[in-house]
Design a protein around this ligand. Structure first.
Ligand SMILES: C[S@@+](CC[C@H](N)C(=O)[O-])C[C@H]1O[C@@H](n2cnc3c(N)ncnc32)[C@H](O)[C@@H]1O
Length: 229
């Protein structure tokens, strides 16, 4: 799908090319603070709530869609939130190329594209390979948050998390439907309104767990969208 590209003029926005010129994500912020990442920020309602609650943390919000990044930046600017940087980039590419081992305090994935058709399931973001990358990037005790309204995506991800040696479950069941004070995103709100339960997984990287470095990205790994920038 071709994207309509909007020029984003926001102090929150970081063009992906800038990542080639820095050593650490912390250089994107005015002061070093624990760093968290939201993958697939959509229109930004989740990150605005989260970052407002945690001014002592830095956040990166990413999405592959320029329009989503634009809306996220506008919301952050309107709310006067200054501890978030927004990037239009692909999740695995960012994690593998630019996020250092044990540098993330938390990783958030809310309502990722479900790819409901069986033959498309391999396109889902979260799988065993992705969880190994996430483990590598999370600090000891770092938090992994995942939620979806898709029953089989929720169950499958919770099973993968339970099977992955480096994760501890923060709940007493593989997934829960109660969200507590977890901020609600646009898609979560939509599904909750329809009475559909959210499958929420919250796990932590085990202290002392040694995560193997993930294999480097394959040649030709960058997706076609990246060439449009
Ligand atoms: C279904 S929407 C959910 C948006 C938001 N998280 C919410 O809950 O309202 C999924 C979002 O993830 C983005 N996305 C999908 N695959 C991605 C990837 N590999 N890397 C970064 N963003 C991705 C899409 O562009 C889309 O905005």
């Amino acid at each position: 799908m071709t994207q309509r590209m909007t020029l984003i003029n926001s102090p929150c926005y970081v063009p992906e090319i800038k990542l080639e010129k820095i050593d650490s994500m912390q250089e994107l912020f005015s002061k070093p603070q624990p760093l968290s990442l939201e993958i697939g920020c959509g229109i930004g309602d989740f990150i605005v709530q989260l970052a407002t609650r945690h001014p002592q943390q830095n956040f990166i919000a990413i999405d592959i869609f320029n329009q989503g990044c634009d809306k996220t930046c506008r919301r952050l600017d309107d709310a006067g939130v200054s501890n978030v940087r927004v990037l239009r980039t692909e999740a695995r590419s960012l994690l593998l190329r630019h996020i250092k081992a044990q540098s993330l305090h938390a990783l958030y994935i809310n309502c990722p594209d479900p790819w409901p058709k069986k033959r498309h399931r391999k396109r889902r973001l979260v799988n065993s390979e992705f969880l190994k990358i996430a483990l590598y990037c999370l600090e000891e005790g770092g938090h992994f948050h995942f939620c979806t309204d898709f029953v089989d995506y929720g169950i499958e991800t919770s099973e993968l998390l339970m099977a992955e040696a480096g994760f501890d479950n923060c709940h007493d069941q593989p997934y829960v439907h109660e969200l507590g004070d977890y901020p609600i995103s646009k898609y979560m709100r939509r599904f909750l309104k329809r009475g559909q339960p959210i499958y929420y997984c919250h796990y932590q990287r085990q202290p002392g767990y040694v995560a193997a470095p993930p294999p480097p990205p394959k040649k030709g790994f960058r997706l076609r969208w990246a060439q449009e920038t």
